[in-house]
Design a protein around this ligand. Structure first.
Ligand code: APR
Ligand code: PHB
Length: 390
């Protein structure tokens, strides 16, 4: 096969980029290790910043999101027995976020790819990248016994943290930065009415909790748990009891519980790799960086990578200018480091750290006091939460 851009990974990053490129006359092939059903069974966060929603509309994939998604103008932080609201719209001069599940969004992207006849090769095994520092790189993969080859101008590594792309950068070139947090999030999805129309992030002495939602009939809740816990240890009843303990009494009293339809534990981690470009390989999304979910930056950071890549590749094919691709790593990293900072900050603000000294715990409470006593501090939170410009 021959294409202009070979995209490894058919998650949101790879699909969105291939859709944007094809609509602008650039030919792509997407290679995905899993089946489509498998990709669509993953449940992940669902808060989209405005830049991301713009990009989805530009890709011709925003219609269902605009119909079924919820525009949120603020969220709450519960702490020391009270609830304070971050008024995103007032603090950012009119901006908001869109609550729309990543699973639904990925489904919309697949359907859009189908409509345009986009080429997505599923169950592509043993993907390997070759000759990345030449002007004629290629990618090989296996389907059954057959080995196939895709010749291209550029390879985009959008294959997530466990993918092959980042690992194809020589170790003497790749710099990795990581922080592992000493806890995870136990998440439950339930077909119940959300306890609050806006998200509630809770800082509690028993640990962090989050009340989120997918729609007015589908709720998503989380509690901070030690990494040694397993899902089997947590019955639905135990989960609901713990969640209620960490919420203000009047919220807990209104919580509607029900059977979980999904329950999982995710460890929290910050990770970023540099550079994001090596020869003709360009990394995008989770393949290059991971953030803890606290600030809802994961998918949104993938979105800014896709934006820079899309602009750089279109310039390359339309104007013959490689300038955008040359500066891709630098531009994408500058924004991604800010997402790292914000996610780390929000995680530090809201969780219980088992090794924190009483001094550090006092500072955390002071940080919350300061936040809700200072419009400037709230503005700093809000401008990051709705997404820094790109
Ligand atoms: N070959 C082909 N495909 C692969 C390979 C490989 N060796 N390794 C992984 N993949 C596929 C995975 O099966 C997955 O479908 O790459 C895809 C990567 O998708 P994601 O992990 O979802 O990463 P990305 O598309 O960058 O999405 C951004 O934002 O909110 C965060 O983590 C969240 O998934 C989300 C991410
Ligand atoms: C979610 O709905 O899953 C969610 C929302 C906001 C976050 C993290 C996760 O910060």
């Amino acid at each position: 096969m021959k294409t202009q851009v070979c995209i490894v990974g058919g998650g949101p990053s790879g699909l969105l980029l291939s859709q944007l490129l094809q609509r602008n006359g650039v030919d792509t092939v997407v290679l995905e290790r899993q089946t489509r059903d498998y990709v669509l069974s993953r449940i992940r966060a669902g808060v989209l910043e405005q830049g991301f929603t713009r990009l989805l509309r530009e890709a011709g994939c925003g219609e269902r999101m605009d119909r079924e998604g919820e525009v949120h103008h603020g969220f709450h932080i519960a702490h020391q027995g009270r609830m304070d609201r971050i008024d995103l719209t007032a603090l950012t001069g009119g901006k908001s976020v869109m609550v729309y599940g990543q699973t639904e969004l990925t489904r919309d992207l697949y359907e859009a790819r189908d409509r345009l006849g986009g080429q997505v090769e599923h169950s592509a095994a043993d993907v390997a990248l070759h000759d990345l520092t030449s002007t004629k790189p290629y990618v090989t993969y296996k389907r059954g016994e057959q080995t196939l080859r895709v010749d291209c101008d550029y390879v985009v590594g959008a294959d997530g943290y466990h993918g092959v792309s980042r690992k194809s950068i020589p170790s003497e070139v790749l710099q990795e930065y990581e922080r592992v947090y000493p806890f995870g999030w136990l998440g439950v999805l339930s077909r119940t009415r959300p306890v609050s129309s806006e998200l509630i992030y809770a800082n509690h002495e028993r640990g962090f909790a989050l009340c989120s939602l997918r729609s007015q009939i589908l709720s998503r809740y989380y509690v901070q748990v030690p990494l040694s816990d397993s899902v089997e240890q947590w019955s639905d009843d135990a989960f609901w009891d713990e969640l209620k303990r960490r919420l203000p009494a009047e919220i807990a009293a209104n919580l509607i519980t029900g059977p979980s339809i999904e329950k999982s534990i995710a460890p929290l981690r910050s990770y970023i790799a540099e550079p994001m470009r090596y020869g003709r390989l360009l990394l995008a999304g989770d393949s290059a960086h991971i953030v803890p979910p606290t600030g809802a930056r994961g998918l949104n950071s993938a979105g800014s990578d896709v934006y820079y890549l899309f602009a750089g590749l279109v310039d390359f094919y339309r104007k013959g200018s490689a300038a955008g691709l040359e500066s891709y790593s630098q531009n994408a990293l500058a924004r991604n480091w800010k997402a790292q900072r914000f996610s780390w900050w929000m995680t530090s603000l809201l969780h219980r750290f088992p090794d924190n000294s009483p001094y550090q715990n006092k500072l955390q409470l002071t940080e919350l006091e300061y936040l809700f006593g200072s419009t400037a501090a709230q503005q700093a939170l809000a401008e990051n939460y709705v997404g820094l410009p790109y």
